[in-house]
Design a protein around this ligand. Structure first.
Ligand code: PEP
Ligand code: MN
Length: 359
């Protein structure tokens, strides 16, 4: 099964958060069967943050999913979190397995799943770990690959953050972008439901993913979302799901249109020139920081002065805003530049202090 975008048709995974009853699963599948969905999802073993919530029907739900497949022809994917679940899923003809965010963080769990998969080449999708750690994500993919699985995809479902934001799980797009740089052929799928945690932002997040050339989408769909036994707030009806798909613009990665290529080349040239200018300016800034370091040393003054740092930040926010640059970016940029300036100052101070020290 190709988990990739094909001829501009994204790879679509949809279905309820949890398989609640046979009727609910079948009704969702019937209503999704002609929506262009490639894979029907349903959670059978549910990892819940707090005890006492609905933890899934377990193996009881597996024959219902077989029924979905027989009746609608849709292929099926479920989450597996240990070796026994892999065994049960395969016994019931599940087509694709996925490793959930709470398992990807744990190399013991991933290895157990990988060991259970040895010798069975079933496609596996690996969700990002709950914490923003790219190496854990890559490591989980490698463990599954080392078990001999040849069809692997990555699912971006966002990352836990303590800070309140409009997202349930912060997307931190730079992490999947870096994953793509490291593993360019790996199919990349966006789970917009778990990133958003609500219904309102699903289209916007899906569009952002396709603007970044993702291969597909995983979305939670339920016939009566308000009554769902898990993740009620983020699930949508099959009707709303179709509407979302109709409004999505799927873009191509590139084209061979010569006019486009020439224009893009010119714009990229401009970007390269600006990047060079920025590097020259940054280098100049560091030289000035070194002068400051020497001057402070001569006057026995410490490097870090928090009032000065606050002043730089405040001014940056203010001036950045006037230029259409948001606070978050300004903070990241100035923090990086400031840290590097401190490092340069430290270096000159150390060199000169060592040189002045009596033998
Ligand atoms: C899910 O897909 O229902 C799920 C539990 O996802 P995650 O592992 O991303 O939290
Ligand atoms: Mn869910």
């Amino acid at each position: 099964m190709l988990l990739k975008k094909q001829n501009n048709h994204p790879f679509l995974i949809a279905g309820p958060c949890s398989a609640e009853t046979e009727e609910q699963v079948l009704e969702t599948a019937r209503r999704l069967a002609d929506a262009g969905v490639d894979l029907f999802r349903a959670g059978v073993w549910k990892p819940r943050t707090r005890p006492g919530a609905f933890e899934g029907n377990g193996a009881t739900a597996l024959p219902w999913l077989r029924q979905v497949k027989q009746e609608t022809g849709l292929r099926i994917t479920i989450e597996v979190a240990n070796g026994n679940q892999v065994y049960e899923a395969l016994k019931h003809g599940i087509d694709v397995l996925w490793v959930g965010a709470r398992s990807t963080v744990n190399p013991f769990s991933v290895q157990e799943i990988a060991d259970a998969l040895r010798g069975v080449d079933v496609p596996v999708l690996v969700k990002n770990p709950v914490n923003p750690d790219l190496d854990l994500w890559v490591g989980a993919i490698e463990r599954i690959r080392n078990a001999g699985v040849t069809q692997i995809g990555a699912i971006h479902r966002g990352f836990s953050a303590y800070a309140k934001s409009k997202f349930r799980n912060a997307p931190y797009w730079e992490i999947p972008i870096e994953l793509r740089r490291r593993m360019p052929d790996l199919p990349l799928i966006c789970d917009n439901s778990h990133i958003c945690g609500n219904r309102e932002d699903l289209l916007e997040v899906a569009q952002q993913a396709f603007d970044l050339n993702y291969d597909g989408l995983m979305t939670e769909v339920h016939p009566t979302p308000d009554d769902a036994w898990s993740d009620a707030k983020q699930q949508i009806t099959p009707f709303v799901y179709r509407e979302m798909l109709q409004r999505l613009v799927v873009r191509r990665e590139t084209t061979d249109n010569p006019e486009f290529l020439e224009h893009i080349e010119n714009l990229r040239h401009k970007i390269d020139e600006i990047d060079m200018e920025l590097l020259n300016l940054l280098a100049r800034r560091m030289r000035v920081a070194e002068d400051i370091g020497r001057y402070k040393l001569r006057n026995n003054i410490s490097i870090l002065q928090s009032t000065r740092w606050n002043e730089i930040l405040e001014k940056g926010y203010q001036q950045g805003r006037l230029r259409g640059l948001n606070n978050e970016f300004i903070e990241k940029y100035l923090t990086a530049v400031h840290q590097e300036s401190i490092a340069h100052q430290q270096e000159v101070m150390q060199q000169e202090t060592t040189a002045q020290r009596p033998e």
